[in-house]
Design a protein around this ligand. Sequence first.
Ligand code: NOJ
Length: 560
Amino acid sequence: MRKDWWKNAIIYQVYPKSFLDTNGDGIGDIKGIEEKLDYLVELGVDGIWISPVYLSPQVDNGYDITDYRKIDPMFGENQDIYHLINKAHKHGIKIIMDMVANHTSEQSVWFKESRKSKDNFFSDFYIWRDAKDDGSEPNNWGSNFGGSAWEWDQSRKQYYLHYYAKQQPDLNWENPRVRQYIYDMMRFWKAKGVDGWRMDVVTSISKDQNFPNNPNPHKKPFVIGNQNNGPRMHEFIHEMNQEVLKPFSIMSVGESPDSTSEDAQLLVDPDREELDMIFTFEHMHVDRAKNGMNGRWDLQQMDLVKLKRILSSWQLNLRNHGWNALYFENHDRARTTSRWGNDKQYRYESATAFATILHGLQGTPFVYQGEEIGMTNSNFGIEDYEDIELTDNYRELVLEQKTISKADFLKAAHKISRDHARTPMQWSNAKNAGFTNGTPWFKVNPDYEEVNVANDQTKENSVFKYYQALIKLRHEDDILIEGAYELLYPEDSNVFAYKRTLAEKSWLVIANLSDKQLKIHDYLPQETEKDSQIILANYLDRTNAAGILRPWESMILELS
Ligand code: NOJ
């Protein structure tokens, strides 16, 4: 087994709450993951990233952890996950757990103690500051879920910092004890067999101890600004690497909200011994208006030229510096076919076109549950949404500040709400899409009668089969792992095309990301021969590189 096994791996993300319920309580569970291991083997993935299953009041669906070492009863028992890890290993599948160490739940014993006084063992486990003279917050930092990032605590008579909900106080990484507690927790899970960590907002762990105000162009009461990539971030991550990641050969992928590909060079340079990969957010903002006053809710038309520029900068800047993590979907992102594709007329085609683009790049692809069958966004009304990010932002922006109308907010939510990724997995056309025999905790997308695993697997035009083929290709041919990358037609606003080259061999990855009919000839590099071999294509009648590039048509071909 190569040490950097993740370089030719494909990792599948499970959001346990919505994956499969085996005990009829309407909530997915760990046994449900185990039950679907054969399915994941059939798909061909090498590892599973499991979103948090630890004890939690679920204010932010498990990203608010009360006890890092205990499985929440809603998902099962500790024994269930130990069993799952062993069984997954027998299937040749690695387990990557979610490490949420920027913050805990307010229910954590650490926080309960910390808020009691200024001089107990846990008092410096969190970030406490006095009020300003007028009683107001220490600075204008905003929470990602709306409002101030500071919350007043009556018992301690101080404010504490929370980058997310007020029930998610940020840990104080300046305190060496906090860091040691986290490393111990990581060792605990290593002993249970965990192979890797996905690290939640790891670039937020270090805070500028001067707590300067953020620039405030729209004169808002609180603003989200320069709160990531703090001064000691690299130092803390390197320390974690030396204490746990390196000695135990644990794979790591850090979630990195504000990182550019230049920042990434530092985070994932193997010589610096920090992380193996990071999840960038940059390419996820190609449909967000720049500097809009409503943040993620100020949408614009998706800009393909920009998407190509960003993904290419990551390909080029990390080449020979470090490794990419590749994704379009996860539990925080809406469904790509609905957001950027055509989920009506060309659902299969657009799902597979985006898959082709992503899996053709250099890096480790992550597939989010349901992405492999082309699941879509739901048609929710405001009352259907459940996610705290959306509900808090709605209250603040639509109802209180009135900086965006309800109609515009809903329009944006329909495209990008995190809830679209969290509807139950659609296994079959049975009741509740085969997700549960009980009442599902969250509405099943009504399109499940058509869009479901069982149905998709029997079709000719099957998203699942296409993913299988892509995954197989990556496992079999080093060109996708090692090949050099070159973007073609950077200014074209319909087509994403690039070359991968390894030694004498060159592959063209091309996708028409539009409803238009285009001429293939216009997009082929000059050296292409008509009889170039088709390696993979999403239109099954495609036999050569000639003719019309149909709506959302994509292919990989060997240039000869
Ligand atoms: C990123 C996670 O992916 C997201 O779901 C969560 O709300 C925040 N971090 C806070 O943990």
